[in-house]
Design a protein. Structure first.
Length: 217
């Protein structure tokens, strides 16, 4: 035994080589043991993903209500419905008489009629002597002013309730002409009324009456 130890001490190189060989063998054995063990979880491949929980089942997909897409702008107000309009009915055009066409020339509104009695045979403010022939005419006005054409006067002279004379004049007041001539209508005393009914080419109308007394002359 001492001889063997002495021989190893005499050869240190052999001893070192033996130790190195032993260490290398140990390392190789450890690596082989590690290769035989199952791979740790950290180096294992990625686990398979279970998609059954992420994807909805066909029954669940059918029970979900459809969502409507909101296409309206956030600040845009809904348009108000257009108001319904009644159909426009145009009046039926009819043939218009020539006199009605003239009416559009400004002659509108009611007539103002004044009767003016003459002064011949006048004995007081409203009295005439029997047999007088004063004569009478009219002044006719509308919104355009005094009329001297386009109007017609229908005269009626009455004594009490009796009509004594009727005359129609073709103008309101021809210059210098008495429109109503009494002739012999005032030969009898009594209360008289002279009435003038006026019409115009513009379909205007007006009426005026004046009363007076006839006394014996």
């Amino acid at each position: 035994m001492s001889t063997a130890r002495g021989s190893l001490a005499d050869h240190p190189v052999i001893v070192i080589i033996s130790l190195v060989a032993a260490v290398v063998g140990l390392i190789v054995g450890v690596k082989e043991l590690k290769g035989a063990d199952p791979a740790p979880p950290s180096v294992a491949g990625p686990a398979a993903t279970d998609t059954s929980a992420a994807l909805p089942t066909p029954d669940a997909a059918r029970t979900l209500p459809p969502q409507e897409e909101d296409t309206s702008a956030p600040d845009e107000e809904p348009e108000a419905p257009e108001p319904t309009r009644d159909p426009v009915t145009r009046p039926v055009e009819e043939d218009t008489p020539e006199a009605a066409v003239v009416q559009t020339s400004g002659h509108t509104g009611p007539l103002v009629v004044r009767i003016k009695l003459g002064s011949s045979g006048k004995t007081g403010p409203d009295t005439y002597r029997a047999g007088a022939r004063p004569g009478a005419d009219t002044e006719v006005y509308d919104d355009t002013g005094r009329l001297d054409h386009g109007c017609y006067v229908k005269w009626t002279l009455s004594r009490g309730s009796e009509v004594v004379r009727r005359v129609t004049s073709g103008r309101c007041r021809p210059p210098g002409i008495t429109l109503f001539n009494f002739e012999d209508s005032l030969d009898e005393p009594g209360a008289y009324t002279l009435k003038a009914d006026v019409t115009t080419d513009w379909r205007q109308t007006g009426t005026e009456s004046v009363g007076f007394e006839v006394v014996p002359g």
